[in-house]
Design a protein around this ligand. Structure first.
Ligand code: ATR
Length: 270
């Protein structure tokens, strides 16, 4: 049976095994998918062992996406832009192909599942780490009118905006003064993992604003609570993005596109 896995640290509560098992059952693909907790300095070794034991591909999550980018023998354009890889595929001959499906996953959730139109919209991106870097290119490619990036450490927001300046209308702003009138506010910080919301002024939210946290479950709680209290029109966590990025990885590995709606519904119901 073909073996797949998600590598992370920690990774115990990952929903990816459940998602890929559902995709495999739905599409009649015979495969196994497990969560592998690699030590912070042991990802390369754990990946090598996995491939030696027949691993065909894997997802990569925090904190190994940068290292996966460096370990890949070749990367697709989105992974190259993001300088981060969340999906690896073992090619014939053993070479490793790297992909980043996070941006595609976010866009599919926003536009197909939530029905948002991105073209012409003003978007605020909070955060400038790996998660943020993975979505800037796809957001700009979707034809948004403006992307403003803010971050606790302002220099990283400036660096990220400069890196993508040739791709569309993107600029950095101070976390305390991002402006207002945003159609969409995306939280790509890790603040929620520590039970906190980023220190944003409430004026970024209005009844016309959709607030979206890239993480799901309790970690999305603080940001979405802030957005709700500040009057955001709609609030969503990143469960749909998680399932959509997984579907894209599944397609890259198996050449089959699973239906995502029933899997999202099952996870929401659980
Ligand atoms: P990831 O791959 O999850 O993006 P990362 O590259 O370490 O991880 O980036 C974490 C992001 O969350 C950064 O934007 C970070 O801000 P800094 O650049 O200032 O570190 C942000 N972040 C983490 N904790 C935060 C907090 N308590 N408040 C606001 N931003 C926070």
């Amino acid at each position: 049976m073909d073996r797949y896995a998600v590598f992370g640290h920690p990774v115990g509560h990952s929903k990816s095994p459940q998602i890929h098992a559902a995709f495999a059952a739905q599409t009649g693909q015979s495969l196994s998918y497990e969560a592998i907790d690699a030590p912070p300095d042991g990802f390369a070794e754990a990946l090598r062992d996995f491939i030696e034991q027949g691993g065909r591909g894997c997802n990569v999550t925090v904190p190994f996406k940068d290292e996966a980018y460096r370990l890949a023998d070749r990367c697709d354009a989105l992974a190259g832009q993001a300088q981060a890889v969340n999906t690896l595929r073992v090619e014939p001959g053993g070479r490793l192909a790297g992909f980043n499906t996070d941006g595609i996953g976010l866009l599919r959730d926003l536009t197909q599942n939530l029905g948002l139109v991105l073209a012409g919209r003003r978007v605020l991106l909070v955060g400038a780490g790996g998660a943020a870097a993975g979505i800037v290119g796809p957001l700009l490619a979707a034809g948004i009118a403006q992307l403003v990036i803010v971050n606790r450490t302002p220099q990283r927001a400036g660096d990220l905006a400069r890196r993508f300046a040739a791709h569309g209308p993107v600029r950095a702003a101070p976390l305390q003064a991002p402006g207002s009138g945003f159609d969409l506010v995306l939280n790509a910080t890790a603040a929620g993992l520590g039970g906190r919301a980023p220190d944003l002024p409430v004026a970024v939210f209005s009844p016309e604003t959709v607030a979206y946290d890239l993480v799901y479950g309790p970690a999305a709680g603080p940001f979405l609570a802030l957005a709700r209290q500040a009057g955001a029109g709609a609030c969503h966590d990143g469960l749909g993005m998680l399932v959509e990025q997984a579907a894209e990885a599944f397609w890259l590995w198996r050449g089959v596109r699973p239906a995502t709606a029933p899997v999202i519904a099952a996870l929401r119901g659980a």
